[in-house]
Design a protein around this ligand. Structure first.
Ligand code: PLP
Length: 302
């Protein structure tokens, strides 16, 4: 167990101060906690450099606007806070989260316009959403019976904590012996899973759902890599049955990049090993982490 003051376990920015992650706390009356009334984003640090920080900050600001939340800081100030969390932790590989909550309106008021929004951030050790063995053999995915909350109710393009559907779907998948889950829409198309976008490959064409999803930065990276490598990509509705019968499938996420899938609802894809297209995208995804166009080194010296 790391000690409470062990900064390598993580550093948070709360109420304007930097604190060890184990000491970070929010007021119990914050609507972020009481109502999941918040937005957030997650950027990663790999080998001492942020990956696509600008894209994450842009998306974060758009999410804030969509949910009428005000971070109260400029992009430059947020960059400084995130950098400081990582710098103080000393972590070379880190999962860095920024959050704005509704806060709380004056006591007795239920008017969200009167709430004072709050900004929080933290850096913790890098989070993989699949372990090493799963990454090597490919994930076993279940298509859930739980429907993803419709986009007309909660805009999936704005990153949010409406995770009950994802969590219940994941529990069902784990109970059924799968590693993780993908949820669908009312029409039987798959959309996304807990913390990732989904792709399949059929006859050399890469397909990913167009609507009803968070436009993941890793999803965007995969699409850009595919375009660079001259691989055809289609953004459209992806029926669950098409995913089950695909040559290859994979997930994209800041929590580990391109994660191969080798089984969908018990059906083995591509001989049960990560496919060639998936492997090529995976390799290039990590190569791009060394490209100065996408990586922003952190100065740990200060
Ligand atoms: N979809 C959902 C619901 C997510 O929560 C996430 C990431 O947390 C993603 C997709 C993938 O987004 P990104 O590639 O930006 O990590």
């Amino acid at each position: 167990m790391p000690s409470v003051s062990d900064l390598s376990a993580g550093v948070a920015f709360v109420g304007g101060s930097y604190v060890p992650i184990a000491e970070a706390a929010i007021p119990i009356t914050d609507w972020g906690f009481l109502r999941s009334d918040a937005t957030y984003d997650v950027v990663t640090v790999w080998e001492g450099a942020f990956f696509r920080l600008d894209a994450h900050l842009e998306r974060f600001m758009r999410s804030c606007e969509r949910f009428r939340l005000d971070p109260g800081l400029t992009i430059a100030q947020i960059t400084e806070v995130l950098t400081e969390c990582v710098r103080k932790s000393g972590l070379r590989n880190s999962y860095v989260e920024m959050i704005v909550t509704r806060g709380q309106p004056p006591w007795g008021s239920r008017d969200p316009r009167q709430a004072v929004n709050r900004f929080y951030a933290f850096a913790v050790p890098f989070v993989w959403i699949a372990n090493e063995a799963q990454r090597e053999r490919g994930l076993h995915l279940k298509v859930s019976e739980v429907q993803r909350i419709p986009a007309s109710s909660v805009d999936p393009k704005a990153k949010n904590y409406h995770w009950n559907d994802l969590t219940m779907g994941l529990l069902g998948a784990l109970d059924a012996g799968a590693d993780t889950v993908v949820l669908g829409d009312a029409a039987g198309n798959v959309v996304e899973g807990p913390g990732f976008n989904v792709f399949c490959v059929q006859g050399g064409t890469i397909v990913t759902p167009k609507d009803g999803v968070l436009e993941g930065i890793s999803r965007r990276t995969v699409i850009e890599i595919a375009e660079t490598l001259g691989m055809p990509v289609e953004l459209r509705a992806l029926p669950a049955e098409e995913l089950r019968r695909a040559d290859e499938a994979f997930l994209s996420t800041s929590g580990g990049g391109v994660l191969p899938v080798t089984r969908v609802d018990g059906r083995v894809l591509g001989g049960g090993v990560p496919g060639a297209v998936t492997q090529r995208l995976l390799q290039t995804y990590w190569d791009w982490h060394r490209d100065p166009a996408y990586s922003r080194p952190i100065d740990y010296g200060r």
